[in-house]
Ligand binder design. Structure first.
Ligand code: TMP
Length: 228
């Protein structure tokens, strides 16, 4: 695939969505990125998210995150709904964009399933890996920006923002296990996952991400961007 899939991951309140928007805006102002776009090498730059990146995904997101006390949702059913969301998202959005050479900025992807359903809920990691493979057709992302933040700090930020969704309402221990999951994933996949200190001020986090992107742009498009 010629395009690039850039994923943002992290615990609740780690600032993924804010930083994703900031990166998209910053890229649009970068001469090197503009050059790739005007030459048709990178036709498009889109942002999306999981769950909820397709019409089906929006319905699944509501089932997964809206608090419906009358509707029980067990851990395995939860895992399969996230996998269904991903399978549709890959087929409908991500693969066509990557095939066209475009960039996809995605708020959460496979690592969230490992961290939340694997480390958080305690479901089998090898089962999750198999499901992720089925849903993604083997696509794992070109770069994952992990916004590293303590679970309790992130949850306090989420609480300040307003009502908590079904996942956010899980106890602190669950969220600490999720954080442990991201730690382990980052240790095991140093080529793909870059950790950024998300406790730093928003502007500092954005600048760190921009530095990484500048390096990646040069490495990925060496042929098209002259070194100066
Ligand atoms: P967010 O988009 O606001 O981060 O909310 C998505 C929630 O869904 C968040 O609590 C993480 C959770 N989630 C999983 O548990 N497993 C997954 O595979 C994904 C993509 C998200």
């Amino acid at each position: 695939m010629q395009g690039k899939l850039i994923v943002f991951e992290g615990v609740e309140g780690s600032g993924k969505s804010t930083q994703l928007v900031r990166l998209q805006q910053w890229l649009a102002t970068q001469p090197s990125f503009q050059k790739l776009q005007s030459a048709g090498i990178v036709p498009d730059l889109v942002s999306t998210r999981e769950p909820g990146g397709t019409n089906l995904g929006k319905s699944l997101r509501a089932l997964l995150l809206d608090h419906q006390p009358e509707t029980a949702l067990g851990a395995r059913a939860e895992l399969l709904l996230y996998a269904a969301d991903r399978a549709q998202h890959i087929e409908e959005v991500i693969v066509p964009m990557l095939q066209a050479g475009s960039w996809v900025l995605c708020d959460r992807f496979i690592d969230s399933t490992v961290a939340y359903q694997g480390y958080g809920r305690g479901l089998s990691l090898s089962l999750i890996e198999q499901l992720n493979d089925i849903a993604t057709e083997g696509i794992s992302g070109d770069l994952t920006i992990w916004l590293k933040l303590d679970a309790d700090q992130g949850l306090s930020r989420s609480r300040r923002r307003g009502t908590l969704d079904r996942m956010e309402q899980a106890n602190l221990e669950f969220h600490q296990q999720v954080q442990q999951g991201f730690e382990t994933l980052a240790e095991r996949n140093p080529d793909r996952i870059v950790a950024i200190d998300a406790a730093a001020p928003e502007d500092t986090v954005a600048q760190q991400i921009q530095i990484i992107m500048e390096q990646k742009l040069k490495a990925w498009y060496r042929k098209h961007l002259p070194t100066s």
